[in-house]
Design a protein around this ligand. Structure first.
Ligand code: UD1
Length: 368
């Protein structure tokens, strides 16, 4: 029996942890899971709704660190997580993704001599101004087992000198959740609630500090969204960070006045899945959405200069357009004018069985 602590903290963690928790509960002869929520995200619509939508149990432990500077937040998770790890003495701590809670969880476990498994290892944007890139690099350096979603991630890790025997290509665990909930999500009424009916629409998400913490960049992107909204309704569920900076930059009224741009609160997992899986076009600076649109065959424009998920570009669903308003508008128009021919892409091991491959590997690696 392996005792495993699974760490979650921020919104993009929940859809990666849920399949692991579900598989461990199903394989209860082999696993005793403990779910630890750091509290990096704490709003109902950034956290609780995801636990509910993804059938995650109430966390066994809530560290309730809340928002702070990245340094204070990472340090708070470490301080509060340390006694949990020390008391529980797990065989493994499993961390997912690339948020501050990922690195903090991994570093705490390593300091206490507990083995760490990193799910979604090896992704690299090669942009060290992104906090996530630092979290990815450091977590991968200290993890004992690195579970990668795609071959490019294996190559990145080998090039950084990570021993081959620590690396295992298991596929994309987030797609386990996507496959499981896609059908259920279709009964969401979100499109009716938003008055979209059966018409075509675009969906946008924005929250990267490089896009939303700079007035000029944010204002430029919003201008581009206004142009696009002249052609197709644009739905924009606004992340709390983005809501805050829109207000700080005095842009709230300007944004609200753009015709056809529907500003809404962040959505839960199922409503958001229902929304983007039926969209004509998605514009985003998220990492996970680039992957989800690839699997569903939805055209995606990534409003960044780079991606740590190049497989979504080679698959042909994702275009890295950057943040220049002109380029965003042109790319969107090109996409809207071209006949919709994108078919869902099949990427090796993005098949809904990644969680079980991870569990098999943990069993094979054994206890402490
Ligand atoms: C974090 C992750 C990012 C991930 C994103 C998804 C890091 C470095 N960043 O970014 O990789 O893509 O989550 O959402 O870990 N806030 C609320 N309510 C909440 C959470 C946050 O209002 O429940 C506000 C606070 O003002 C906070 C700000 O959002 O200061 C930013 O939150 P934070 O967790 O620091 O980073 P994100 O931008 O959400």
């Amino acid at each position: 029996m392996l005792k495993v602590i699974i760490v979650v903290g921020a919104r993009p963690n929940f859809m990666k942890a849920a399949p692991l928790v579900e598989a461990m509960k199903r394989r209860k002869q082999e696993f005793a899971p403990l779910l630890v929520h750091t509290g990096q995200h704490y709003d109902q619509m950034m956290s609780d709704v995801f636990l509910k939508d993804l059938d995650l149990p109430r966390p066994d432990v809530s560290l309730e660190v809340g928002s702070d500077s990245p340094v204070a937040q990472t340090a708070a998770v470490m301080q509060k997580f340390e006694p949990i790890v020390a008391n529980e003495e797990p065989d493994w701590v499993v961390v997912v993704g690339d948020v501050n809670s990922t690195l903090a969880g991994a570093l705490t476990a390593v300091e206490l001599g507990v083995k760490v498994a990193h799910v979604e290892a090896g992704l690299r944007s090669r942009d060290r101004s992104m906090p996530e890139e630092i979290n990815r690099l450091l977590t991968d350096q200290i993890a004992d087992l690195l579970f990668t979603p795609s071959e490019d991630a294996n190559e990145n890790l080998l090039a950084e000198g990570i021993p081959r025997q620590r690396i295992l290509l298991v596929g994309n665990v987030m797609i386990d959740s996507l496959n499981k909930y896609l059908e259920k999500a279709q009964s969401s009424t979100i499109r009716t609630i938003l008055g979209l009916g059966d018409s075509e629409y675009a969906v946008v998400t924005l929250h990267r500090p490089s896009n939303v913490d700079n007035r000029e960049t944010l204002s430029g992107i919003i201008g581009a969204l206004g142009e696009i909204a002249n052609r197709i309704p644009v739905v924009f569920p606004v992340h709390p960070r983005t809501k805050k900076t829109i207000a700080e930059f005095g842009l709230t009224e300007k944004v609200a006045a753009i015709p056809n741009l529907k500003i809404i609160e962040p959505l839960g997992y199922l409503d958001f899945l229902a929304l983007y899986s039926n969209a004509r076009l998605v514009l985003t600076d998220s990492g996970g959405i680039q992957e989800e649109t690839t699997v569903l065959g939805i055209p995606c424009l990534t409003l960044r200069e780079n991606t740590e998920r190049p497989i979504t570009v080679t698959a042909g669903t994702n275009v890295i357009v950057g943040t220049s308003p002109d380029k965003i508008t042109k790319a969107a128009i090109t996409c809207l004018e071209s006949p919709l021919k994108i078919t869902p892409r099949q990427i090796p091991f993005w098949d809904g069985h990644t969680a079980d491959r991870i569990l098999d590997a943990l069993v094979a690696a054994g206890s402490a």
